[in-house]
Design a protein around this ligand. Structure first.
Ligand code: ZN
Length: 322
């Protein structure tokens, strides 16, 4: 597993690995954006390191920007308070109108700025399932009330599990590829065909164990399917860009998928022995991977460690499937 998390300070390592629904403890005033180029007119924006306890390497979720005379297409919109700074970072790339915003999934580090960018003129695209969860939100797993979404930020153009949506603009072909319930129930992969780049959102992560957000419709089966689909879509040189963490390629997905399958097999065996969720978590089935998974044993909001949260989700998914 890739573990290139360079900038985790001791203080941050001790901080809670929050669920993305929890954005407390972030000093937004300190966060700045840097752009990295991935094609003639394709950029990824990342927030500063060290200010977001849930994402110590770079605050919030990564943003994709395809710029050019046909207008700007952006992927994800960051935490709400960062909207003006994201816009400033886009304006350093291009003065073109912002036309299209697509959400890779519902979490607020990827959708919080939706209303701000809708007001800039963007039409927001997302899976129908994502819109449903905004219109009828669920309470977060860590407790507390359900989020109330700004109506201005709710996607207006939605799609289901059919063929990818294709956009031809700025010399690029962009595919919005729906994947079945994985990290959440409304995940989309965004592929830039000419740049040979695929944004894979959060069903892959290289900090902490996989996060299956069951409350928002995520599933173990779907996560494995999404990884298999990505391996099919990607060539050996395709850059895979997760929502957080380091850029990877197809080969990096293999150990990650195998780890998930191994944990799945071990948890299934314990369930067959009649073990409870608590007993399965106590069995520490992730132990062979803990040294390799950066941040894997950090606390996850309301769920023990990130390993415990993952194992609990696998248990619930397998138990529910019986
Ligand atoms: Zn997420």
């Amino acid at each position: 597993m890739k573990s290139a998390w360079r900038l985790v300070s001791a203080g941050l390592a001790a901080a809670a690995l929050c669920g993305p629904a929890l954005a407390q403890g972030i000093d937004y005033s300190k966060i700045e954006f840097t752009a990295e180029k991935f094609g003639p007119n394709l950029y990824m924006l990342s927030g500063s390191a060290g200010f977001d306890p849930g994402h110590p390497d770079a605050a919030g979720g990564r943003i994709g920007v395809l710029a050019g005379p046909d207008g700007i297409l952006m992927v994800d919109s960051q935490y709400a308070p960062l909207g003006p700074k994201v816009l400033a970072a886009i304006r350093r790339i291009s003065p073109a109108p912002i036309r299209i915003l697509v959400n890779s999934h519902i979490h607020i580090d990827h959708t919080g700025g939706n209303a701000y960018f809708a007001k800039q003129g963007a039409t927001i695209f997302a899976r129908e399932e994502l819109r449903e969860k905004m219109v009828r939100p669920v309470p977060p797993a860590g407790g507390g009330p359900a989020r109330v979404w700004d109506p201005a930020g709710i996607p207006t153009v939605t799609y289901g599990m059919g063929e990818p949506l294709k956009f031809r603009m700025n010399g690029e072909i962009v595919d919005f590829i729906p994947v079945r319930a994985a990290h959440t129930g409304g995940d989309t992969i965004i592929r830039f065909e000419n740049a040979n780049v695929i944004m894979i959102s959060d069903f892959y992560r290289n900090f902490g164990y996989p996060y299956i957000d069951v409350g928002n419709g995520g599933s173990l089966k779907g996560m494995l399917e999404a990884l298999d689909l990505t391996m099919k879509l990607a060539g050996p040189d395709t850059k895979l860009i997760p929502g957080h963490g380091t850029i990877i390629n197809r080969n990096d997905l293999l150990p990650y998928r195998d780890m998930i399958r191994d944990v799945q097999t071990k948890v299934a065996a314990l369930i067959a022995q009649g073990k409870t969720q608590g007993e399965v978590i106590a069995a520490k089935v992730t132990a062979p991977y803990d040294a390799k998974v950066e941040g894997g044993l950090l606390p996850a909001a309301g769920s023990g460690t990130s390993a415990d949260r993952f194992v609990a989700a696998v248990y619930q998914q397998l138990k529910g499937a019986r």
